[in-house]
Design a protein around this ligand. Structure first.
Ligand SMILES: [Zn+2]
Length: 145
């Protein structure tokens, strides 16, 4: 029963964390909201729990405010967008826009560690409808080729 309560509290915390991100709520205000709904969680406890489930951190990159490019790799040294010419930095020298990115490699490693998800990811590789010779049956998008 205690585990179910903790899980429910964690799910509620995740829902509130989503709302926090959507509305740019400060950590202090978020902790006050958690306190007001009688949650034992804090932003610190939530992040710690999430990091125990997803063991890697997103990387933050400067991006064009119009979402044209991320200032990384070939664009790393640019001070304005190569597509729309918007400035990378504001008058105070701070990035105008930043975006978090997760490593695709680390995302795939986590997904392949889960047997069910790994099987789902192999779907295309194991799909045999047309390989059995009946080319008039289109049971999947992969039968079209
Ligand atoms: Zn741009």
């Amino acid at each position: 029963m205690l585990i179910l309560f903790y899980f429910s509290d964690f799910i509620q915390g995740l829902c509130l964390l989503h709302t926090k991100a959507l509305h740019s709520i400060s950590d202090a205000a978020f902790n006050k909201i958690l306190d007001n709904v009688n949650s034992n969680l804090t932003i610190h406890k939530l992040k710690k729990k999430i990091n125990s489930i997803i063991p890697f951190e997103p990387q933050r990159y400067d991006t064009c405010k119009n979402s044209c490019i991320a200032f990384t790799s070939l664009y790393e040294s640019l001070t304005s967008c190569s597509k729309c010419n918007e400035n990378r930095y504001d008058d105070n020298g701070k990035p105008v826009n930043t975006t978090f990115f997760f490593s695709l490699k680390e995302c795939l490693i986590i997904q392949y560690k889960n047997k069910e998800r790994a099987d789902e990811l192999q779907y295309r590789n194991t799909y045999f409808q047309n390989k059995e010779g009946n080319e008039e049956i289109y049971a999947d998008i992969f039968d079209g080729m």
